[in-house]
Design a protein around this ligand. Sequence first.
Ligand code: NDP
Length: 253
Amino acid sequence: MNRLTSKTALVTGSSRGMGRAAAIRLAREGALVAVHYTARKDAAEDVVAEIEKDGGRAFTVRAELGVPGDVHELFLGLENGLRERTGSTDLDILVNNAGVMGGVKPEDTTPEKFDELFAVNAKAPFFLIQRALKNMPDGGRIINITSGLTRVANPDEIAYAMTKGAVDQLALHFAKYLGPRNITVNSVAPGITRNDNPVFGIPEAVEQMAQLSAFNRVGEPEDVADVVAFLATDEARWITGSFVDATGGTLLG
Ligand code: NDP
């Protein structure tokens, strides 16, 4: 533990779900964490309170992603928060986690829905990386949360899966580009993972979803957070441009 002492991290969409778990996990390793959210201020503040109770350091940053000015707004809050606490605006770790699901059949996918999915899930991470590179020292870490749905068919999520396929490309190309700076860039692909969705309150549905995993259970946010934390440490310095399957064996078929 404490493998990230003196590091700073931004986890987008960390008010809930896997982002929340990743923020808590990175803070437990000693990182100062920016807990980003868009609507659920209360939830983001709870994450900060939990981290502080544990002896860690964190602060909230609000910005809606997928709209004009999103990256600028996020970095205003981020840089203020970092400067106040560290005297610098260095950002060592960026976790692109915020995302929205589609849940619409191919024939019901409107151009507006398609654009929204791409704006939040694919465009925002690209421009967040572009902006973060101004603040990221050599040896930094970029971790993008994609999805097992880039490797297994689900027609109701075709547009969403397309966005995550685009996110996978970030690791491939940015990894090559940033190798000379010793910055690693990797994709982490979760399978079905528990979040606030009411479906996780229906035992029969959970049982059915659990069967998709080789371990016969749905993923917990911490299952993915542990993978993110590992990739953020120095121990993962030799891994870049990877697609890390964190689906609990769902892709084994
Ligand atoms: P949740 O749905 O639990 O939380 C989403 C988070 O993203 C929240 O913090 C939310 O903020 C934030 N967010 C959503 N939309 C925006 C936006 N437009 N601008 C800024 N922030 C936004 O997330 P999950 O833990 O379920 O998923 C995390 C990531 O993992 C996503 O990228 C998702 O696509 C991916 N994934 C999820 C799977 C799953 O089964 N859960 C499976 C595979 C991949 P706020 O609280 O303020 O609304």
